[in-house]
Design a protein around this ligand. Sequence first.
Ligand code: UDX
Length: 446
Amino acid sequence: MNITVIGTGYVGLVSGVCFAELGNQVICVDKDPEKIDLLNAGGIPIYEPGLKELAAANRVAGKLSFTTDLRNAVRRSDLIIVAVGTPPLPSGEANLAYIEQAALEIADAMNGYKIIAVKSTVPVGTNERLGSLMRGRTGMPFDSISLPEFLREGSAIQDTLHPDRIIIGADNPGAAEAMVELHRSLTEHVVVTDIRSAEMIKYASNAFLATKISFINEIANICEKVGADVTQVAEGMGYDKRIGPSFLKAGIGYGGSCFPKDTSALIQIAGHVDYEFKLLRSVVEVNQDQRFNVIRKLETIFNGELKGKTVAIWGLAFKPNTDDVRDSPALEIIQHLLDNGVKVRAYDPVAMANFRTLFGKEGVIWCDGALETAQGADALCLLTEWDEFAEIDLGELQTVLKRPILIDGRNVFKEENLIGTEFIYYSVGRPSLNQGVRQQVPVLLF
Ligand code: UDX
């Protein structure tokens, strides 16, 4: 197919590159001329393993191009995929200004029948609203499709080329069939449904995954108090096919551009139809609190006296293999430490520049490597589970820290590797170690 993808953010860029890889002719459009220049020069504005190489191969093969000229791109395409951002407003609702603007620009550019597929995450009813906006601007025929995206940052290409399922929300069976055809080689699980249900599937999926994470984080918090090990609990739960093993990793809570935004938006969507989504409210609340799990442990270790201490932070991205720091737990954790008079030394293998820009404040000592960050610190907190941290030489780490205190917010380190060391080690939902020895929770009296 001849495809135009509007918006070269994570979803747009990865989709564009992958559709080209699948043999389609793809034009990616963005309003930002600097981004387009970078893409045309072979650069990639985000860190995503494998994306640069795949984009380059398809550009050289003449299947992929980048432009700011939306009008020309739309006129040359049969399918327009809209993947512009829907960032949260202060109320938590999705901001639809960019997508409405894109819809109007598409309408103004139309020169014949097109399929307009929306990949951006949008509240239920938005595709219909965009359709009527467009009909007010153009007499040209088109069909609207809701085509929600489920890719994860860090494994975006794999997720796009080998998705668990494809969801196609359509009113017109002909347009739906064209979309089925486009995705046929990717998966046997193609769900064709109505537009509103497709829009809902995206929110419901993200809300459910966020619920799993908050659930296991609360189980972890209880495990700490009763002397159980959440990783063992999650493994035991996960073999039950009805539960499944994924998204049961306890830690410092979810961040990123999707879960925080989409959970808030779904609470708002429910509110608009007079439904209070109590469960999801709690999921968000638990997630917010879980970020402070690391701080609470530091307070326990230092008897509430954080002022004047030096704390090293490993990991600023909201998860590994991305430079994305949007809603990363590290933002609030570091802010809290600074507010309490702590000297913070911080490092991330790829997300430093983005973090410094988003954080936007002075006071953090930015370091160039993992061991350098730990140098002279009273405690070290691991916030993102990059391989680089997991592979560190614990003996060497122990010698550079002022005190061998390690708070592992992602359960990266194994107890067996810490035995025999001097570490005071706290993780999430697992027994703590003192000088490498497991601390027993006192006999439980009920
Ligand atoms: C998510 C969805 O997975 C994806 O389908 C959707 O399209 C966009 O949002 P993403 O935000 O890229 O993708 O990352 P994901 O791997 O889902 O992780 C989200 C957050 O949850 C991260 O902060 C991660 O650290 C956290 N997480 C994930 C946990 O704390 N525990 C887990 O078991 C899994």
